[in-house]
Every structure is written in C-alpha cells, then in structure tokens.
Write a protein that binds this ligand. Structure first.
Ligand SMILES: Cc1ncc(COP(=O)(O)O)c(C=O)c1O
Length: 436
C-alpha cells in the first residue's frame, strides 16, 4: 500500500525554540520559496514523526525535558507594567502575551497548554494553534465567526455534533445550510458557484469513512476567497495536512487519537491566518473555552507517541479490513485502505495513510447485532475512538443516527495484537445468523 508521503511536509524547527520555521515551501509569515530555503539554512529538517516527539519542549539548561504541568490560574503581576504608554498592559482578549505579561490563564494562556499549542502548530505545518476544552468547543469557536443569515456548505454525513450545531444556527441565526455528500466533488464545486461564507469539511467522514477531495475543493475555495474548515480528527495531523492544501483552519478533537488513551477531552484549531487566530483567541477568552491544565499535559504526552500508536493501529486496521472483507457474515467494509473502497485512490493521493478507523456492515438486523456484540470480550463496546484500546459501536443505536445503516459497526482499531482482535471479531461474527 503506497500512500502519498509527498503531501507530508518536511518541517524545519528552530533548534532553540522548537517552534516551526519552514514547511514545504510555505510558512505563516514568509511564503516565498527562495526565502524559505534561506531560512532553512543551517537547520535540520525533520519528519512529522520526529516533530511529534520534540516540538514544544523546554529548551534551557536545567529545565525539565518535558513541559511540566502548571496548574495555575493566577500569576504574579509587575505593578509597573501597564502604567506608562510605552508599556501597555495586556488586553485580555487579544492573542497570548509574553510570559512576563501573564496575569490570568483564561486570557493570557497557561504554559502547559501553550506547549501543546506549539507542538500542534509545528505538526500542522505552521501558524497558530489554539487548545480548547473539547473538539466541540473548538468547532463552536470556528462557527461563532458566522453572521446571521450566513451560508454554509457542510458534509451530509458529518459528525452529528457538528450537524446539531449547524441546525441550531439555522434555527436561531437563519444560517442557510447546504448538505453535500463528502465525496461528491462536483456538488461541492457547484455549490461554491455562489460563494458561501463557510465550507465545512470532514475527512474521512464519521462514520461512513468517505474521503473528500480536499485539494480540489480547497483550491476552488482559495480562488473564491471562501473560508474552509477541515475536521481531520480521523486522519490525525500525521496523515493529512489541510493547511498545506489551502484550508483556512484545521480542526482536531484531541479527545481521540491525539490524546490516545480515552482519558481527556480536548480540541485543537490551527490556522496560518493571524486575523483568524486572533478572533479564535478572543472567542476562547470571552467564552472561557480553555483546555484544562491536566488535559493539556496529557494531550501533549499523547501526541509524543501518536506516530507509534498510529503506525501499529493503522497496520492492524488494514489487516482487519482485509479479513472482514472475506468474512461471509460481513456485507460491506468501508475503509479507504482497501483498493476496492471508492475513496481509495483519493486517499492515496492526498493522505499519508488510511488511518485506524473502519466501518463495516453485517448480515442480520440491529437488535441481533447488539446481542452479537455482547460476545466481544477484548474489543470494548464504547462510543468514543482513537484510544490504545480497540472500541466498537453500532452507530445507528445513537439518537440522531437512525439514518446510518442498522448493521453498521464503527471500529476504532487500537494497539492490541491483530490476531487477538480478529479472534474477538470472529467470535462475534461467526454465530451471527444463528442469533439474529
Ligand atoms: C469527527 C469528529 N469531530 C469532532 C468531534 C467532537 O469532539 P469532542 O467529543 O472532543 O467534543 C468528534 C467526536 O466524536 C468527532 O468524531
């Protein structure tokens, strides 16, 4: 299986600060290839796997190797700062201040989540990253930029929380939502003929695993000046780089693969547009949508091992998808790593790998499948995803997900041995027709 590694940038980090300097011919503040080459002189270029390990670390002798958890809301203030015109105090609603101006975490950031934001920005190829209290808090912050009557293009099968927020916006603020199948590129381009205020994309989509043609849609959006947001939670920043493809913001629920241990809630938004970063920071401050200190610490720790976890989980996912395809109780497998999958070619062109999420459908009906799932002894029946443990869920059980095929199981493949996972799946699948 060869997926496109070319879209994954070689990232250049400052040896001193650990922050991103150059990415694949583009940078937040310096976009000419010539100057980028100059800026990269004398610096090492790293793969994303390395960036995940090193970005956002303390850098001075005597400091701990890893950013410590700083459970602080309040900071010692210099009474002289802000008293003269040339030393203005920090306005709590503008972008993060220098540490000497830090007064209060909600407005001035906290060193622990700053380290996570630095690491995430480096992984996303530059710009500013903001840590929120959950994926939905991050998504709300992005959507809060929409005025009354705004027009939004959104995937017909997007994550139900986003669909809920958009429907609420439609009721309360008169937003006009056009729902478009994730993988129907022509419809996305047609709908942009009258430029919307926002094109919201999610790829691969949850739970149908449809792959959007991000390069084509983002290119058209750039031409038309359309704000594009890409939720890449399933892909992780290692497998998909929406900002390099032209997206305005890239969003991840850190609750999932980034955290990786099912023990935190968090969300991350990254953008290379300073005006967008400033608006998001202002929203975060005024709405109090900041990440907890413990959560930021855990999310950064999770990020360090994301490449290893993902490599293992993705290899197992591919193997399981192939075996599921051969199983006589399985009627469909949705996984872009399979050559037969409609999204395979597109994913091969635009992603670094197909990821660790699989959806599959079985014979029988919903209640029969629920009974069969109770036979799982290793795989955990649970709604969330992206942890080291493999989880499975029959999505149509959830309120609001009745449109999903009744016998569709979404599997988040973790780090257990693939043969043990397969054994568990066969214990569920083999007797299926008998217990329906
Ligand atoms: C694709 C996707 N985006 C966003 C979210 C929301 O993230 P959170 O639960 O961290 O708020 C989820 C949650 O399942 C998701 O699957």
């Amino acid at each position: 299986m060869t997926f496109c590694r070319d879209i994954l940038p070689a990232v250049c980090l400052s040896p001193r600060t650990g922050s991103l300097i150059v990415v694949d011919g583009s940078s937040p503040d310096d976009t000419t290839a010539g100057s980028l080459n100059r800026r990269s002189e004398g610096r090492r270029r790293h793969h994303l796997e390395t960036v995940a390990v090193i970005a956002g670390r303390p850098e001075h002798p005597g400091e701990p190797l890893n950013p410590p958890m700083v459970p602080a809301s309040n900071y010692r203030m210099d009474p002289l700062i802000g008293t003269t015109d040339d030393e203005p105090g920090h306005d709590h609603t503008s972008p993060a201040p220098s540490s000497s101006q830090r007064l209060y975490s909600r407005g001035d950031n906290n060193p622990t989540w700053e380290a996570l934001e630095t690491a995430m920005a480096a992984l996303e190829g530059g710009g500013a990253s903001l840590a929120f209290s959950s994926g939905m808090a991050a998504i709300s912050a992005v959507l809060s930029g929409l005025d009354s009557g705004a027009t939004v293009l959104a995937p017909a099968d997007c994550y139900q929380g986003v669909a809920g927020l958009l429907e609420e916006g439609s009721r309360r603020h008169g937003w006009i939502i056009h729902w478009i199948p994730t993988d129907d590129t022509d419809s996305w381009l047609e709908a942009m003929a009258k430029p919307p205020d926002l094109a919201w994309l999610e790829s691969p989509s949850n739970p149908m695993m449809l792959v959007a043609d991000l390069p084509t849609i983002c290119r058209r959006a750039i031409d038309l000046g359309v704000f594009t947001a890409v939720d890449g939670t399933f892909a992780t920043p290692l497998l998909q780089q929406p900002l390099d493809l032209g997206a305005t913001v890239s969003i991840h629920s850190a609750t999932k693969f980034i955290g990786g241990h099912s023990d935190l809630l968090g969300g991350l938004v990254t953008t290379r547009r300073p005006d967008v970063a400033e608006r998001l920071r202002r929203h975060q401050t005024l709405h109090g949508a900041t990440m907890g200190t413990l959560e930021a610490f855990l999310a950064l720790r999770g990020l360090r091992t994301l490449p290893l976890r993902l490599e293992r989980a993705q290899a197992s996912a591919l193997e399981l998808a192939r075996r599921l395809q051969q199983h006589d109780k399985v009627t469909a497998v949705h996984y872009p790593g399979l050559t037969s999958d409609p999204g395979h070619e597109r994913a091969r062109r635009t992603m670094g790998g197909p990821g660790a999420m699989i959806s599959f459908q079985t014979v029988g009906d919903g209640p029969g499948l629920d009974r069969a799932m109770s036979k799982l002894s290793l795989i955990v029946t649970a709604t969330s995803l992206g942890g080291v443990e493999t989880t499975a869920e029959r999505r149509a059980r959830l309120a609001g997900q009745e449109h999903i095929p009744q016998t569709l199981i979404r599997l988040s493949v973790g780090c257990e041995h693939v043969d043990d996972l397969w054994h568990d799946l066969t214990e569920m699948l083999d007797p299926l027709a008998d217990i329906v």
